[in-house]
Ligand binder design. Sequence first.
Ligand code: KE4
Length: 432
Amino acid sequence: MNFERSNKLYEQACRYIPGGVNSPVRAYKSVNMAPVFVKSARGAYVTDEDGNRFLDYIGSWGPMILGHASDIALKGVEEVIRAGTSFGAATAVEVDVAKLICDAYPSIDMVRMVNSGTEAAMSALRVARGYTGRDMILKFEGCYHGHSDALLVKSGSGTLTYGIPTSAGVAADTAKHTIVGKYNDLISLKEIFENDGKRIAAVIVEPVPGNMGVVPPKIEFLMELRRKTKEYGTLLIFDEVITGFRLAFGGAQEYFGIKPDITCLGKIIGGGLPVGAYGGKRDIMNVVAPLGGVYQAGTLSGNPVAMHMGLNVLRYLQSHKELYKQMEENAKRLQEGFETNIADTGIKAVTTRVGGMLGIFFTDQCVKTYEDVMMSDTAMYARYFRGMLERGVLMPPSQFEGIFLSAAHTTDDIDKTIEINRRVLKEIQINE
Ligand code: KE4
């Protein structure tokens, strides 16, 4: 496969953009090759600058649930753009989107639009601190909630698990207010709340982590999170930036029947344009300016074009909920095909799946925790990624991301992926 134009663009990009990309994962660092530069996309396929066409399992990291450049998402968008792309004023379409989200999520009485999942999570934490008057927050190792300082934190040394920054530039003082727990670990959770429960403003969690690969939650872990947060007056924040409108129309909270206090949304709700949102019960959201003292603002928040495209997608999903069953069946088919190939080739790999969310890990461990995930053979994942790419399938360029399906992926696409997956695993096994 020829990547000449992508490689040239990458060289140029590296002169003007840090790492040649506007988001680190796009640099393909962990799969040891120069990144593919995408030129266009349609349905389940993307085409790169060299004219190579790939069956796409990144889906822009989640927004493209109806497939790329879907006629449904794009309906009427030119007219909306010609009427003005941003006014810095309230618009009717924002009310429509807010109403649809509140109707779809019983835990949300009021919702505020922002421009990214990062902004949604950052603002949700500020609301929780403003509402409770507490400073500490609890997150879990392996969960990602965007790049705001308080959330770029990993477990500190010692037993107390107080945070230390995962990124340069995060003040130690900030990180010390973040406690980092172990996902799916009830003992760690109990200890943390016994030590600090009364000081914790909020727990923020991906109800189904998609940022350490897809790790299925233990339902008793999610239920204990709900119980403990209620017991200690801590707010439970579900970061549904990936799972919202993906796992079910009502997100993970519908799928598992657990209601958080605050929900973060993003990706799908903008139909592929910059978007984020956070929402919760009225008494909590009443602290948000201009009603209350928690300030949050944004020039392009709720902009008419993203709202229009998001509304197109959400309305379609609302009236075609059978798509969730179709995507779950496709994910199941893909997982079964991968599992058969793994068994036939003897390659050390496992798959995980929650609804339509799917992951593959190059390890022989059963993947339940962040520690399990970290046992994965990332070098083998890199070989897998390159092998699939060479044969026309674009998987996520990192072992620690989820596989994103869309309503545009057909059964033929799934079967083609399974066959290519078999050949690549066979090739890896021969070269082992
Ligand atoms: P954004 O700021 O990237 O819109 O959203 C941050 C975010 C928050 N919460 C969850 C659960 C997320 O998955 C994300 C962002 N997801 C990554 C992909 N796993 C974005 C891809 C990237 O960083 O380029």
